[in-house]
Design a protein around this ligand. Structure first.
Ligand SMILES: CC(C)(COP(=O)(O)OP(=O)(O)OC[C@H]1O[C@@H](n2cnc3c(N)ncnc32)[C@H](O)[C@@H]1OP(=O)(O)O)[C@@H](O)C(=O)NCCC(=O)NCCS
Length: 214
């Protein structure tokens, strides 16, 4: 069976990657069988390969979280998460792991706990988000949501450009988080003091009008 997503991808202008990835996340019914195992997005000569965390990548995930988040723990809304115990997706290019997303599903919806990319600006983060969104929809979640810190302006832009909306500012929440995780720095992106938690969400299923805005 031809891989319709890959074929479609090859015909697109690379600058339209965000839109293409969104369409990749909602493949034709004929291609959806392959979706469960992950997908390969054509990157001209290379591919972003996004797959669920498996036992073979568990050690890498644990080390990666430690490296990126300065500890095995991530704190959000006063809850300590152990990302390497969570479900998630690993992105690879040419066999090298280049990104990770982890998430947690409960009655509040699907929460993105971590999202990290080592190859920025080529679609790794978008591909990971698409996969988590798909998992959330399949689990019947009414929303995909996350907490980020007030200084993380790049992430705030990244998520809002993908349809997420700001729903709450939890003032001084990071001061509490430091009691659980003293490694959280005091100064973040471009010298901004790290103080508050900002909550963003994407209602699910995504509305047609949201897709048109991307
Ligand atoms: C936020 C983060 C995950 C984004 O990852 P990324 O791999 O750079 O994401 P993408 O490549 O999919 O998208 C980044 C930009 O590159 C653009 N892009 C992607 N592929 C492209 C391509 N082939 N050609 C041109 N532009 C492209 C995207 O359109 C996007 O720009 P936009 O937001 O203006 O639409 C990354 O910056 C990161 O790891 N940050 C640190 C950790 C963090 O803050 N995580 C979020 C808080 S939980």
């Amino acid at each position: 069976m031809p891989d319709s997503r890959q074929a479609y991808y090859k015909t697109e202008n690379i600058a339209e990657k965000g839109e293409v990835l969104w369409q990749l996340a909602h493949p034709e019914p004929a291609a959806s069988v392959e979706w469960a195992a992950g997908y390969r997005a054509d990157m001209s000569d290379s591919f972003i390969d996004v797959r669920p965390i498996d036992p073979g990548s568990a050690g890498w995930v644990e080390q990666y979280i430690n490296d990126r988040w300065a500890a095995p723990l991530v704190i959000a809304h006063a809850v300590a998460f152990d990302p390497h115990q969570l479900p998630g997706y690993v992105a690879s290019i040419d066999g090298a792991r280049v990104g990770l997303a982890t998430y947690h599903i409960d009655h509040m919806g699907c929460e993105i706990i971590t999202l990290d990319s080592d190859q920025r600006g080529i679609g790794v983060g978008s591909a990971l988000i698409c996969m988590v969104e798909e998992a959330a929809e399949q689990a019947g979640c009414s929303r995909l949501w996350l907490i980020t810190s007030n200084d993380n302006l790049p992430a705030l832009g990244f998520y809002q450009r993908r349809g997420f909306e700001l729903v709450a500012v939890h003032r001084r929440a990071i001061e509490q988080a430091r009691q659980l995780k003293p490694q959280i720095p005091y100064i973040g992106f471009e010298g901004i003091p790290i103080r508050d938690e900002i909550e963003l969400e994407l209602p699910l299923p995504k509305q047609e009008s949201d897709v048109a805005q991307r």
